[in-house]
Design a protein around this ligand. Structure first.
Ligand SMILES: [Fe+2]
Length: 269
């Protein structure tokens, strides 16, 4: 992607830092942008932010996502309403942070894409940004000694099914993107000191001596949160966002308890 503003068929394209692509087209309808083009942009940029497009109703969102491919449905249906619950039983539905993870670790299939729409953004300066880490770049930046260690690691993840996901899975740290072939990292962090401790995830590391576990985790987190690989998205009302779930990990900054924050999310296989 060339730097600077480009226009194509009425769309303004702007690269994001450190990765990603912003597409703006005030008042345009998302359905008028070819799906093949958006899919290609999402694969090559990791994240595509769509700003200024006409809002979609929940039904229109489902119908639109269906033009991309099969939708992964959950016990709530196709659209996850991400907002604070008054009596939350899982940290996702609190104003707390969400550590890095990939979606679908416990599902029958890992979805290829996430499609978000922001109905109500947090007030500016109150947090609630979504973080995306580009793991193929994390791998490319890793020194040979770290790569060697990462190749040995397999992690078991356990969480109780209180919300729509849960169970136990064991996943190698390194994986291969099923479409681009890039080396990716699959990792989900445990809740940390700042998190709201509801329905936590537990991890167990295999492949390394026990006295390396803490150092491995610390170095991995440093690599995943390095500013060069981590795009921080501050939501605005009406934003839509497409993300490559196979390539990226994502999480959320905590936000002010009084601030609104309402996102809708669909998984496309
Ligand atoms: Fe997620």
């Amino acid at each position: 992607m060339k730097s600077g503003l480009e226009t194509m068929a009425g769309l303004s394209l702007q690269p994001l830092e450190p990765f990603g692509l912003a597409v703006t087209s005030p008042g345009a309808n998302l359905r008028d942008v070819p799906v093949s083009l958006l899919r290609q942009w999402t694969r090559s940029n990791g994240v595509v932010v769509l700003r200024g497009f006409s809002p979609l109703t929940k039904e229109e969102m489902v119908q639109y996502a269906g033009t991309w491919g099969e939708i992964l449905t959950w016990d709530f249906g196709a659209v996850l309403e991400l907002l604070v619950h008054e009596r939350a039983r899982n940290y996702l539905f609190t104003p707390g942070n969400v550590p890095l993870h990939w979606d679908g670790a416990f599902a029958r299939v890992v979805p290829g894409f996430q499609f978000f729409q922001c109905l109500e953004a947090p007030w500016p300066g109150t947090g609630g940004e979504t973080l995306f880490t580009h793991t193929p770049t994390v791998w490319q930046r890793a020194p040979a000694s770290q790569r060697e260690e990462w190749r040995k690691v397999e992690i078991s993840y356990t969480t109780q099914k209180v919300a729509h996901y849960g169970g136990q899975v064991t996943v190698p740290l390194l994986s291969r993107h099923p479409h681009t072939g890039a080396t990716t990292l699959r990792f989900a962090e445990e809740l940390n000191d700042e998190s709201v401790k509801l329905n936590p995830l537990f991890i167990e590391i295999a492949g390394l001596p026990a006295d390396r576990h803490a150092g491995f985790l610390q170095e991995l987190r440093e690599a995943l949160y390095a500013p060069r690989v981590c795009y921080v998205h501050a939501w605005r009302d009406g934003d839509m966002l497409l993300a490559d779930n196979h390539a990226l990990l994502h999480g959320r900054n905590a936000f002010h308890a009084d601030s609104p924050r309402h996102l809708q999310r669909i998984h496309i296989i």
